[in-house]
Each structure stands twice: as structure tokens, then as C-alpha cells.
Design a protein around this ligand. Sequence first.
Ligand code: GAR
Length: 203
Amino acid sequence: MLKKTKIAVFVSGGGTNLQALLDAQKSGILQSGEIALVLSSNANAYALTRAAEHSVPSAVVVRKEFASQQDYEQQLKQILTEYDIDLIVLAGFMSILSENFTAAYPKRILNIHPSLIPAFCGKGYYGLKVHEAALAYGVKVTGATVHFVNEIPDGGEILMQKAVDVLPNDTPEILQKRVMEQAEWILLPKATEQVAKALQKGI
Ligand code: GAR
């Protein structure tokens, strides 16, 4: 049998996308890879509880505890090597990664972004801010994008996208929830399986 692709999920907050990946692992939607590590930028992230509930090892690495970005990323790399990680999935990870880090894992870092890239993405667009911007612009369709991560914020190759309607009277919170339910929680496990499978086969 082929060895499963070892996945690290990077989180910072609630971790509903991590939950979608854990559920996908259980249901078999994610079968070519196994979630071997949850790494959080924040010691209080609820995502850490989700990891513990599923007996997935976790680590907390906080940027401000390091003198430089280089030291911080060196620590991340060391942990990834310790756990023999093949694929990194950024699932609501709010800490910036430099080119020094992203270049070390070409086509091995995935990110989920809560809009249809190239709309409402790049520096400053994260979490609820993305949905606030979509509502302020007045778009009638938004969605989510899974892409490979490179040195350009939200600029790497797009793997999958899914559109979601914006409805009258939407608030950023209501829209965020719809985008998660109708797009993110479906798309991220699917894209993760696709990449994990390709890596497993050495493609
Ligand atoms: C998700 O909506 C994710 O797409 C977004 O943060 C939220 C995290 O929620 N990510 C970004 O904005 C990245 N630029 P979660 O912790 O419940 O998965």
C-alpha cells in the first residue's frame, strides 16, 4: 500500500476548516493523506481543542516570541521536519509567511481564501474583512478559492473555486457563514485530497 501524504494544517482561530478536513478524513473524502499535525499561531485557538479531540498532535508557534521572521520560520521548518510533513494546508492561518518559507515548499502549501480570487484578496484581506469588502462593493456573487501558496499574497496557482450568491440583507457574518457552508468546507477537503493523491503517487 502507498504511504499516505503527511499533512500539517496551519490554523489561528476557530478551525472550522480544520474540522471539515478531520470530518473528510473520517468519511473517506480525504484518504490519500493523513492529518499528522495541527500547527497554531495562537495558543488560545479553538482549533487546538478540535485537534486534541481527534488525537492529532499539535504545536503552537507564536511569531512575536521570535526575534526575527527568519528565526520564526526556522522553528516552523524544524517542526515540519520532525513530523515528516509532505503537505501544508493553511486553514485560516493569519500569520505571514515569507518567500524564504514558501520557496522551501513549492506546490506543497495550499491556502483557502474566502472570495473568488482575484477579487478581494491580497494584503489586508482576511477573515471577515473579505466579506465586508465584497458587501461594500456590491457584488452579487462571491465564493471561495483554494490555491497553492507562493511569495505573492493570495497569488499562487488556483486549484479550485466555488461561487456563492450574495443575498439582500446579508451582513458580513451571514455571508461568511454561507461561503463556509456552501464553498470552503467542501472545497478544501476536495483540493487537499487531490494534491495528497498526486504527492502520494509522486506526481
Ligand atoms: C475562513 O473563512 C478562511 O477562508 C479565512 O479565515 C477563515 C478561518 O475560519 N482565511 C483567510 O481569510 C485567509 N486569507 P476557520 O478558522 O473557522 O477555518
